[in-house]
Design a protein around this ligand. Structure first.
Ligand SMILES: O=C(CO)[C@H](O)[C@H](O)COP(=O)(O)O
Length: 242
């Protein structure tokens, strides 16, 4: 089986948590895309849900697959968000933003009563930080903001390398909300809340990719099967579900 198969298996397992009439947050990325596609199949079979996409890419995908959509303006409170992640630690603290959608992803997850993370098993880590932390930054003053983040990353033990994310044409990636993304090397993040608090104090930082206290459950799929992890489970995945 390939990584794509594992992502799809995790997405499929998450469907078990979707009930008729639910208002769903729809994540962004390749794993979330599997979920949206599978949801489309359920909708075609008569399943009644409505979704709020966390990016324009997810909006387009959902429309293509016939998933009914709404907005947070019309539906400010959601039942469940299903989204991917770049890293998941044993307390289900996450690094997100590899797909440059972290701001809308966090707003949608915060508007949801529950969040379930889906991923292939390689995303599970003991400590966050090997994946550079994506941070959404206002373009005005971006070099000053980048330097302030670099200083912080160094103070907290990282290499301090902070890169403006660029597209294939070398232009900075611009998010759906008109910001840029920087990827910051904090090294091993022992205290994610400390990093989050410090980043929130830097003017120009719109949001960062640390999701702390959001996920109630992670569904991970790998060569050993599909596992569920809950945040208080500080050891390895316990419950094999497929
Ligand atoms: O946070 C995200 C997008 O901003 C994604 O959920 C994260 O990057 C995981 O993506 P993938 O499922 O493609 O590995």
């Amino acid at each position: 089986m390939t990584t794509e198969d594992f992502k799809r298996a995790a997405a499929e397992a998450a469907l078990a948590y979707v009930e008729p009439g639910m208002k769903l947050g729809l994540g962004t990325g390749t794993t979330a895309a599997h979920f949206v596609e599978l949801l489309g199949e359920k909708v075609a079979d008569g399943f009644d849900i409505v979704g709020v996409p966390t990016s324009e890419a997810t909006r387009e995908l959902a429309e293509r697959h016939g998933v009914p959509l709404t907005t947070l303006k019309d539906t400010p409170e959601l039942d469940l968000t299903v989204d991917g992640a770049d890293e998941i630690d044993p307390q289900l603290r996450l690094i997100k933003g590899g797909g440059a959608a972290l701001l809308r992803e966090k707003i949608v997850a915060f508007a949801s009563k529950r969040m379930i993370v889906i991923a292939d098993a390689t995303k599970r880590v003991e400590h966050l930080g090997a994946f550079p932390l994506p941070i959404e930054v206002v373009p005005f003053g971006k070099e000053s903001t980048r330097r302030a983040i670099a200083k912080l990353a160094k103070e907290l033990g990282g290499s301090g390398e902070v890169d403006i994310r660029r597209a294939e044409d070398e232009c900075p990636v611009v998010t759906d909300s008109g910001h840029i993304i920087v990827d910051a090397h904090f090294g091993r993040i022992d205290d994610p809340q400390k990093v989050a608090d410090a980043l929130n104090r830097i003017p120009g930082v719109v949001e960062h990719g640390l999701f702390i206290g959001f996920a109630e459950r992670a569904i991970l799929a790998g060569p050993d099967g599909v596992f569920e992890l809950e945040p208080l489970d500080l050891s390895a995945p316990q419950r094999k579900i497929a």
